[in-house]
Ligand binder design. Sequence first.
Ligand SMILES: C[S@@+](CC[C@H](N)C(=O)[O-])C[C@H]1O[C@@H](n2cnc3c(N)ncnc32)[C@H](O)[C@@H]1O
Length: 351
Amino acid sequence: MVMLASCHVPVMLDETMQALAVQPGGRYIDCTLGGGGHAAAIVERSSPGGQLLGIEADPEALKVAEGRLAPYKNSTLLVNDNFVNLVNVAIRYDFMPVHGILFDLGLSTLQLESRRGFSFLTDAPLDMRVSPNQELTAADIVNSLSESALANLLWRCGQETDSRRIAHRIVQLRPILTTGELVRAVEEAVLGRHGKIHPATRTFQALRIAVNHELENLSSALTQAVELLGYDGRLVVLSYHSLEDRIVKQFMQREARGCICPPGLPECVCGHRPTLHVINKKVITPTPEELKSNPRARSAKLRAAERIITPDGYQKKTEESPESPNWEGSGWRRPETLMRLRVAFSSFYLS
Ligand SMILES: C[S@@+](CC[C@H](N)C(=O)[O-])C[C@H]1O[C@@H](n2cnc3c(N)ncnc32)[C@H](O)[C@@H]1O
C-alpha cells in the first residue's frame, strides 16, 4: 500500500504550502487527503504544535494516507467522509477555527491506475464511485438515462461537442458494463475526429463528475470552508479542469465583493459583505520543471484567498475603516456562532 502511495506526487507542493502560509502551531484541514503528500508537508511545516484534520471519501485512499502519516499520529486526525460534510466533521471533532483549508480536487494516481473504472486506459467495470457507500455507478447512469439526458450530461459535465453522436451510439450498444465497451462506443461515434486528446476523455470526465456529484459538492464545501476559517485563514484550491476552476474562481470573486445585488436596483438589498481577499489575482500553474517530472500536473490551477472577517463577522481593519471593532476577537466558542453553523449546515448525525 505505502509503495503505491509513493506513486502519487503532490502537485505544486511548494506553491501550495506558500499559499496556505503554513505556520508552526497552526491548525489545518486537508479536505482531499489522497496519498497524504500535501498533508505530510503541512504537518512537517506546522510543527511544533500544528494539527491537521484530514478528510478522504475513499476508504482505500484513507488507508494509504494513514500509512504515510503514521509518524505524525499525535498531530493528525484522519476521517473517512465526504468534504460536502465539512462543517459537520469540524464540529464533530471540535476542530475550528483553522488557519488554512486545502482542496486538491480530482483523483490520485493510485485511483486512476486502479480497476475502478476511472480511466479509459484500463479495462474495468464501469464503476467510478470514489466511495463504495455511494449508490449510483457510471454503468447505472449510462444504461438508464434517456438519449437526450445522456447527451446533455456529456455536454454539461464534459463539454463534449460530439455529445449527441456519442449518446446515440451508447444507447444503440446498451447495456455497457465496462470501460472498454464505453471507449469502443465513443470511438465508433466520433470515428477518430477528436484532435489531440483521447476521444473518450470528456465522456469519462462527465460521468465521473455526475457519479460523484463533484460540482455540487465543491460549491457547497467552499461555502462551508469560509465559515471554518479564522481571521486571516487561507483557503487554497487546486483544480484540474475548467468546470471546477470556474466554480472556484467565481466563488472567490463573489466572496471578495460587497454588494452582489443584480445591476439596476436603486439600493442594495442583499446586505452581502466581503469575507475573502483573493491572494493571487492570476491563477498559479505548475512550472515547466514540475511538468517535466510530473506530467499529471499539466492541467493544475491553484487559487488562494484569505478570510478578512473574524468568525463573529467583524470586518478586518482596512484603510477605509480604521476603527473596525474588536477585530482580533475569536467568537468561535460563542453559542450563537455554533448555532448559526449548525442551522446552516447541519445533517442528521449532528446531536
Ligand atoms: C488529487 S487527490 C489528493 C492528493 C493529495 N493531495 C496528495 O498529496 O496525496 C484527491 C483525493 O480527494 C479525494 N476526494 C475526491 N472527492 C472527495 C470528496 N468529495 N470528499 C472527500 N474526498 C474526496 C479523492 O478520493 C482523492 O483521494
